[in-house]
Design a protein around this ligand. Structure first.
Ligand code: ZN
Length: 118
């Protein structure tokens, strides 16, 4: 049985990458929310990820918005993956290499197409 369009191994790997990203984003979201609610972010403003804390000392609401958006983007990517068109270049329709998607899960262009636009 050959499957020209859907490669199960690739799909499984991509699902792994996306699921892991989703868990990371959710963990960060929960942590940021807790810090914001407890105000415990105050002494820890340097931020491991370089996020800026608000002048009031609480976690930046923008961070929560970013993480919320990230989770939604990952959910959308997982939907696209199940539908079979996640990870395809939007310009030439070639599969984007796994290594690139691991580094940039929301990449929509393959490397050659991306460099053409730069
Ligand atoms: Zn391309």
């Amino acid at each position: 049985m050959s499957a020209p369009e859907s490669m199960p191994d690739r799909k499984t790997e991509l699902l792994d990458v996306l699921t892991q990203r989703r868990e990371e984003a959710e963990t960060q979201y929960r942590r940021a929310l807790e810090e914001q609610q407890s105000g415990a972010a105050a002494g820890d403003n340097e931020g491991v990820h370089g996020w800026k804390a608000s002048p009031e000392g609480g976690a930046d609401v923008a961070l929560l918005e970013i993480l919320d958006r990230t989770v939604s983007q990952i959910d959308a990517a997982i939907h696209r993956l199940h539908a079979g068109y996640y990870g395809l270049c939007s310009a030439c329709a070639e599969p984007i290499p796994l290594a690139r998607l691991r580094a940039l899960p929301f990449a929509t262009l393959c490397v050659p197409c991306q460099s053409e636009r730069e």
